[in-house]
Design a protein around this ligand. Structure first.
Ligand code: ATP
Length: 335
């Protein structure tokens, strides 16, 4: 039996993570969940939204499934997500974006994987107030981090039968910082002659994505462009309710939906658990539960094909009904 950390989160976090646990239990995979709480709810008792026990748990178990966690704004706490990525050195943010069956979108056959550098760029938080009317943020890019993420993207391409890696920068303007990211990608690309390599500027990339997304395969981006472009890609295939994600490092991986805790719909049984379920499928693959992952994906696709969908996708199924419909199909597949 494998032990996996489960960060239950808040807002819609508990209802969508409960749904996923039920589905995984029905898939034949036997997981011992190490349940950890984090976020606004634990601050009063533990003085921080991300207690050490959460980090220790992920370090012990190597893999985690994380529901959205709210970091209170303006109380001086660093984002739980950013801190978790930093403490565990989860340098790669991986977001596969592809059409799901019976989810209506503008384009068919979109199949893009966004690889975003997760540790530096404007997200390093190096800012200063120069004077009352002037503030500065430093865009920090290093050769080490850039080569490491480029290698991750090319390895991903090789291991997942992808044809092309396209590096996205604004190297014509940010000549030194984005220039270094581009130079690093070029260097790593030369080690992988079997994978096509393409370069594009981020503004052109956005335009091409909304006009003809089918031309793209794996996208490789520094942190800020990666954040923005990956949401654009999520929008192309159906939006937040289905957008999966993973943060991966050398030693640990945290799988989580792209969306936040959606407090407006919390506790109403209307949230779509697909994004966290798709993230959980990748978690199962990561820990070697490949058969269970395959069956869950099939049951999810059959459920969507049968027209059972939550409100965000234009359906009328509640979160619990959608979950039960997937389990019903899984029970047949697992027999
Ligand atoms: P954060 O800053 O934590 O990302 P946010 O409020 O900007 O939070 P989300 O919490 O992701 O963004 O939600 C934005 C809106 O999208 C919500 O108000 C909700 O209506 C919708 N939404 C997000 N996730 C889901 C989901 N799983 N199912 C259905 N609707 C969702």
């Amino acid at each position: 039996m494998k032990t996996v950390t489960l960060i239950k989160g808040d807002g819609i976090g508990p209802e969508i993570s409960d749904a996923v646990i039920k589905i995984i239990n029905a898939s034949g995979a036997v997981i011992d969940w190490d349940i950890q709480t984090a976020g606004a709810d634990v601050i009063e008792e533990e003085g921080t939204p991300l207690p050490d026990r959460v980090i220790e748990s992920v370090k012990r178990n190597k893999a985690a499934l994380k529901s959205p966690v709210t970091t209170p704004i303006g109380k001086g706490f660093r984002s739980v997500n950013v801190q978790l990525r930093k403490e565990l050195d989860l340098y790669a943010n991986l977001r596969p974006c592809y059409n799901l069956p019976n989810v209506k979108t503008r384009y068919d056959k979109v199949d893009i994987v966004v690889v975003r550098e997760n540790t530096e760029d404007l997200y390093a938080g190096i800012e200063r107030q120069v004077d009352e009317d002037t503030a500065e943020s430093i865009k920090r890019i290093t050769r080490g981090a850039s080569e490491r993420i480029a290698k991750f993207a090319f390895d991903y391409a090789v291991n997942n039968n992808r044809k092309e890696v396209c590096v996205v920068t604004k190297a014509n303007i940010c000549k030194l910082s984005d220039g270094l990211f581009l130079e690093s990608a070029r260097k790593i690309a030369s080690i992988y002659p079997q994978i096509k390599f393409r370069e594009i500027l981020v503004d052109n990339c956005c335009m091409q994505l909304v006009q003809n997304p089918n031309q793209f395969d794996v996208l490789l981006l520094p942190n800020l462009y990666g954040d923005i472009v990956s949401d654009l890609c999520a929008g192309l295939v159906g939006g937040l309710g289905i957008a999966q994600g993973a943060n991966i490092g050398e030693d640990y991986a945290v799988f989580e939906p792209v969306h936040g805790s959606a407090p407006d719909i919390a506790g109403k049984d209307t949230a779509n658990p697909t994004a966290i379920l798709m993230s959980a499928i990748e978690m199962l693959n990561y820990i070697g539960e490949v058969e269970a992952a395959k069956k869950i994906k099939l049951a999810l696709f059959e459920t969507l094909n049968a027209g059972i969908k939550t409100a965000d996708l234009g359906g009328n199924a509640r979160c619990s009904e959608f979950t039960e419909a997937i389990i019903k199909r899984l029970n047949v597949l697992v027999k």
